[in-house]
Design a protein around this ligand. Structure first.
Ligand code: HEM
Length: 372
């Protein structure tokens, strides 16, 4: 009897703890601000086609936000009273798009003051802008193919289980498949009130990290190996500055000079980068497409580049130093792009959930750069 009582108490205690932890949910603003998500999407659809490179920076900003204090828009806060904020940390100094978010927030505030968090606006804008970077036009037969795969239960998470179309079909799909993936963005995040430069330096993974370090950094945020592999696929869009990888070109061991390149980087590609892009070891202004030739298109060519040892950062190259990660990449490049979109989407949802503040935690900022 006493034992049953203990079990019953434990069940109640668990229910209370579980219940106290509010969850994000889709359509969180349905009652409080029904047009919120529409306003974000509309603004994005109007502006991203004219400035498609902003999509990449919004996606990266969302990532940098989630990795420090959870997805609470702490990355958007300005320094106060001499305390440097996350924004001031080196990895965040190449983020752009803060004004973009401010403009969206102003529109949402005009509709429903003090209701919609900056953290949610950032998560929604990142998703919506990736969707619209290029117009999506999947061919009809491609949809049929996916349907067939679904029926056979093979279009789920592991691309290794996916049916492999023949080469010709694959090429046709790649040619016609444009636009980015979409993912669900459950909302209800609250904004943080604290932003500390050092935390961004400590917690945002560096481009010089090896596989073990990257995996540890993701594990620290309750993400797994698969999330590391698929979220790195975001590097299919956007640019990097030379100083994020010049060591790989000029000074890999510390000896220095063009002979001291990273042996894991394709030497032809390295020579090309030295000749045409990062001409000196100190260049910190030139930008390089991370996925040359299709840096505005969400496609598989980033992974193809990594397999050819043409990933720009050591962190990209590191992905094929682990057998499981490499096997995942090999299977995804041999599947329709839609498979990558699915696994990427799943990992984005997981990333968007990191340490979120809900319920009465944090606040709803009036202006994304300032605590109320
Ligand atoms: C796995 C660890 C990662 C490392 C070490 C890393 C590192 C970097 C670096 C160094 C840059 C270039 C910054 C510059 O020089 O301007 C960059 C760009 C970018 N990263 Fe990552 N990243 C990682 C993961 C991610 C994730 C998880 C996402 C999103 C889901 C992401 C999205 C992007 C995007 C879209 C850009 C291009 C930004 C632009 O065009 O302005 N990265 N990343």
């Amino acid at each position: 009897m006493a034992r049953m009582m203990v079990v019953a108490l434990m069940v109640v205690a668990l229910a209370v703890v579980g219940g106290a932890r509010a969850q994000l949910r889709e359509g969180f603003y349905e009652q409080s601000c029904p047009r919120a998500e529409q306003i974000v999407k509309h603004y994005v659809q109007q502006h991203i086609p004219h400035a498609p490179s902003v999509a990449a920076t919004l996606l990266r900003t969302h990532f940098h936000d989630c990795f420090v204090r959870g997805c609470d828009a702490s990355v958007l806060l300005n320094a106060t009273g001499g305390n440097e904020a996350e924004k001031d940390a080196a990895p965040n100094q190449t983020l752009r798009g803060f004004a973009f978010i401010d403009r969206v927030k102003a529109l949402v505030e005009a509709e429903c003051p003090g209701v919609v968090s900056c953290a949610d606006i950032l998560a929604l804008a990142a998703r919506d802008s990736v969707v619209v970077i290029v117009i999506s036009k999947p061919p009809l037969f491609f949809n049929c193919l996916l349907l067939t795969a679904h029926r056979h239960g093979r279009s789920s998470i592991s691309p290794r289980n996916y049916l492999t179309p023949n080469k010709k079909l694959r090429r046709m799909m790649n040619d016609e498949m444009q636009g980015g993936p979409s993912w669900s963005v459950p909302t209800g995040r609250r904004d943080g009130t604290v932003s500390i430069k050092q935390e961004a330096l400590d917690q945002i993974p560096a481009p010089t990290m090896n596989f073990t370090q990257l995996l540890q950094s993701f594990h620290n945020k309750s993400l797994e190996l698969a999330d590391l592999v698929w979220l790195s696929g975001a590097h299919t869009i956007g640019i990097g500055h030379c100083d994020s990888f010049t060591e790989r070109l000029y000074n890999f061991t510390g000896r220095g000079g063009p002979g001291d390149a990273d042996p894991s980087l394709d030497p032809v590609y390295a020579a090309n980068l030295r000749r045409n892009k990062c001409k000196t070891a100190t260049d910190n202004t030139t930008i390089v497409e991370m996925d040359p030739g299709s840096f505005l298109t969400f496609d598989l060519s980033y992974y193809r580049g990594v397999l050819k040892r043409r990933g720009l950062f050591q962190s990209d190259a590191a992905l094929i130093t682990d057998a499981a990660a490499k096997a995942d990449i090999l299977s995804v490049v041999n599947a329709p792009p839609e498979v990558f979109f699915q696994v990427f989407a799943r990992s984005m949802v997981r990333m968007g959930n990191i340490q979120v503040k809900t319920g009465h935690e944090g606040e709803i900022r009036k202006h994304c750069a300032l605590v109320n």
